[in-house]
Write a protein that binds this ligand. Structure first.
Ligand code: SIN
Ligand code: CO
Length: 391
């Protein structure tokens, strides 16, 4: 896709224009982003998913039996859906792209952004009046109207410490002032992009309202520092430590002086400032599966000869639903393929093929090291043969 092509998904903006003017900066409403959008799943199918073990689902009732803005967590018993009132509740199901291939295909539309920034597609269902209250999210989101109508009102950028309602399980803003121009009814196929920290409130206006939230991943400084320090810490020799060879006698032996502080600062900064380690950690972190438990590693190591024979017979390996990939050059002739939180050094063309959308077939075998890499990915559960996936 040339980066200067106008995209109908972005209302005729090019990817470069969208990224320059809107991404992480300000909201954008795109009418008809998806022409003739047909929701790949219906409300009953969404409710069915919310009843399955291992699927992350929440029910938000504005006037719940136990109080306002009551949140209950799945898996749900099917019977609850017939007991709910006719209005003012919302069912939210996370990571539907992991379970419904047609939903996962929507992610391909967002290829103008790094794939490893995408997190998942959450789908909500609501009868009239259903909402999760005015709130802010910490992540960018594209809200696609899938079925029915939803009114979206925006309240501008709010500070991190904006007061929220207390005593409930949702982070609903205590104050929400609608900016008068930012008040729209979205129809199926319309899409609203919101940057992080932007107050918003979406209320269902129809019997069956389904909204698809394409969400992104961005580690906080807090998470990044802790996780990078843990990653480095596992590899550092115990001998690398604070040292003060050549110091001058202390003026006061109890004083922690500037020189001591500077030695510690240098130890920490020199350890952290290692571009190779940073890349290895970053690739692993951004490809961590959303639900580690959903990866199904093989019970027995893959037989490499059998793997080659199957590929040569015309079989194709599949990327497991929810598996995440990225790649980066390691040196002039090698790359690291990052897959589900792990890193594999291999030929750059091989890393690119596995991390991209290409078919995983016998053509891969021409790359040096392909057999071992594919076997390791099958062992990890990142790749699988079609039959195994359906079991
Ligand atoms: C919803 O779909 O009801 C809520 C999505 C959001 O506000 O992030
Ligand atoms: Co939100």
């Amino acid at each position: 896709m040339p980066s200067d092509a106008p995209l109908s998904l972005l209302g005729g903006l090019t990817a470069a224009e969208f990224l320059r003017d809107y991404w992480q900066r300000k909201p954008l409403l795109i009418r008809g982003a998806f022409a003739d959008f047909e929701s790949p799943l219906d409300p009953d199918e969404l409710a069915g998913l919310a009843c399955e073990e291992g699927v992350e689902a929440r029910l938000v009732e504005e006037d719940g039996p136990d109080g306002p803005w009551q949140v209950s967590h799945g898996p749900f018993d099917e019977a609850i859906f017939s007991e709910l009132p006719e209005r003012d509740w919302t069912l939210l199901v996370q990571a539907v792209d992991h379970y419904v291939p047609e939903v996962a295909e929507l992610l391909d539309q967002f290829d103008f952004l790094p794939r490893w920034r995408l997190d998942d597609i959450m789908i909500s269902y609501a009868p009239p009046g259903g909402s999760v209250g005015p709130h802010v999210d910490q992540y960018d989101v594209f809200l696609i109207q899938g079925l029915g109508r939803r009114r979206w009102q925006l309240g501008g950028k709010v500070s991190d410490d904006a007061p929220i309602l207390t005593g409930i399980d949702l982070r609903i803003l205590e104050r929400f002032d609608v900016e008068s121009d930012d008040d729209w009814i979205l129809e199926p196929g319309d899409m609203l992009y919101l940057p992080p920290g932007w107050a918003h409130h979406g209320v269902s206006q129809s019997d069956d309202c389904m909204t698809y939230s394409v969400g992104f991943r961005a580690p906080s400084a807090d998470e990044a520092i802790t996780s990078y320090a843990d990653y480095l810490g596992e590899q550092l020799p115990a001998s690398r430590r604070y040292g003060d060879a050549g110091m001058t006698p202390p003026t006061d032996p109890a004083e922690l002086d500037d020189d001591a502080l500077e030695r510690m600062r240098e130890l920490i900064l020199a350890t952290l400032d290692d571009p190779t380690q940073l890349a290895q950690w970053f690739g692993r972190v951004m490809t961590q599966p959303k639900y580690v438990d959903q990866l199904a590693p093989s019970e027995t190591p893959t037989d490499v000869d059998e793997l080659v024979a199957l590929l040569q017979d015309g079989e194709e390996l599949l990327r497991s639903a929810g598996s995440r990939f990225a790649w980066r050059m390691l040196d002039a002739t090698h790359a690291t393929l990052f897959a589900d939180g792990d890193g594999f050094h291999c030929a750059p063309a091989l890393a690119r093929a596995v991390a991209g959308n290409a078919a995983l077939d016998a053509a891969l075998l021409r790359h040096e090291g392909a057999t071992e890499l594919l076997a390791a990915l099958v062992d990890a559960g990142t790749l699988a043969w079609p039959e195994e996936e359906e079991e």
